[in-house]
Design a protein around this ligand. Structure first.
Ligand code: TXA
Ligand code: MG
Length: 349
């Protein structure tokens, strides 16, 4: 398949390209596009054949449901009921990086929800994404635009790397400003329950429902009978080719431990990549040290995370050692993705 690639600017969206891509969506094609969280790979959420193409292009397991993206606050066509709590969330945080889970109507085909009676819905903040949805005139089902298992793409180049030749269109825009996928919150239950942490934090959701909590199944190392309510959370994910190990504790001790580990690996002729921060990067003697940004700005760390994880694939390292972050605010989402990329290999010092 020949993939069309076009770069747009969020502030002056080129309507001709949007209409061209929207036509593809209406015709049952698949289109990658930017959102503020990560890039998505979209299809008409109500067209089974089109949605099937997404699963095929990504190599995505069939039991992993998709999120549908809308540009209108009226979602009555797709869900049986919008509880007050969900309305509050939509009003406070839409458009933005949060997906709500509600009971779906028949019109949403079961391939989109992977057989579940519920559906995830989100209104992205990114202008290109919203223009594309509006021009298509249908809700757009879109998982992250990566090959399944790889870190999600936060720029156009990463989409091209994973999907060129496999999709109809790749629309580029500015790099994703959030960098980790949307928060997912189950609004079919009371209290509401976070199924995937993201930039809309638990603390923020507790302003809507003071009893909101995070699904305990996703916080620790998966057990044999691990069944998180968001099916996608059970898969190995966000993983660069080399194994990742996280080192957690007071920052001086972490730097000392990672430095010691680097020496040990080097003695075994292993090439090590270190994921550090602006505050620590100069303290390592290792040749390959990449900073995620300043510890003072966790939003920046989130924004850079997947790009940095991906960058190691072209650096030919045998192992990646990474500093941990405090699990507060967006730090919870960052650590959730890091732990998954490391297969929960964490050393406490
Ligand atoms: O930020 C995002 O949400 C991005 C952008 C493109 O919008 N999309 C995204 O989609 O991250 P994806 O497919 O990579 O992740 C969707 C997650 C999966 O873990 C899936 O299991 C969960 O959402 N999910 C979808 N529908 C669900 C449902 N009805 N119940 C529980 N979990 C659901
Ligand atoms: Mg994904």
């Amino acid at each position: 398949m020949k993939t069309k690639v076009a770069m747009l600017s969020e502030n002056a969206v080129d309507k001709r390209i949007i209409n061209d891509a929207a036509l593809k969506i209406r015709d049952g094609g698949i289109v990658a596009f930017p959102t503020e969280t990560v890039y998505g790979l979209g299809a008409d959420a109500l067209n089974e054949k089109a949605v099937a193409k997404i699963f095929e292009a990504k190599g995505r397991p069939q039991d992993n449901p998709l999120i549908i993206h809308v540009a209108d606050f009226n979602i009555d066509e797709y869900v049986t009921e919008v509880p007050d709590m969900a309305k509050d969330i939509m009003q406070k945080f839409w458009p933005g990086p949060i997906t709500i889970i509600l009971n779906k109507k028949e019109i949403v085909p079961s391939i989109t929800s992977a057989g579940l009676d519920t559906i995830g819905i989100r209104m992205p903040q990114n202008n290109i994404a919203r223009e594309l949805i509006k021009a298509s005139g249908v809700p757009i089902a879109a998982p992250s635009a990566n090959i399944s298992g790889r870190p999600s793409p936060t720029d156009m180049e990463s989409c091209v790397e994973d999907l060129d030749g496999k999709v109809d269109y790749i629309i580029g825009g500015e790099n994703s400003i959030v960098g980790v996928e949307s928060t997912i919150v189950d609004c079919t239950v009371n209290p509401i329950c976070v199924l995937r942490p993201g930039a809309v934090t638990l603390e923020m959701l507790q302003t809507v429902d003071s009893n909101a909590y995070i699904d305990p199944a996703i916080l620790s190392k998966p057990k044999e009978d691990f069944r998180p309510k968001a099916p996608g959370m059970k898969y190995r994910h966000y993983a660069p080719k080399a194994p990742v190990k996280i080192v957690s504790g007071e920052i001086d001790k972490v730097v000392a431990k990672i430095s010691e580990m680097v020496l040990n690996y080097n003695e075994q002729d292993k090439k090590v990549g270190v994921i550090a921060t602006d505050e620590t990067k100069d303290l390592y003697k290792n040749q390959i040290v990449v900073s995620l940004g300043s510890r003072e700005n966790l939003n920046d760390i989130g924004k850079n995370l997947f790009k940095v994880l991906r960058s190691f694939d072209s650096m030919d390292v045998n192992i990646i050692l990474c500093e941990a972050f405090e699990e507060v605010g967006v730090g919870t989402a960052i650590m959730n993705r890091l732990k998954k990329s490391a297969g929960f290999d964490i050393l406490e010092v």
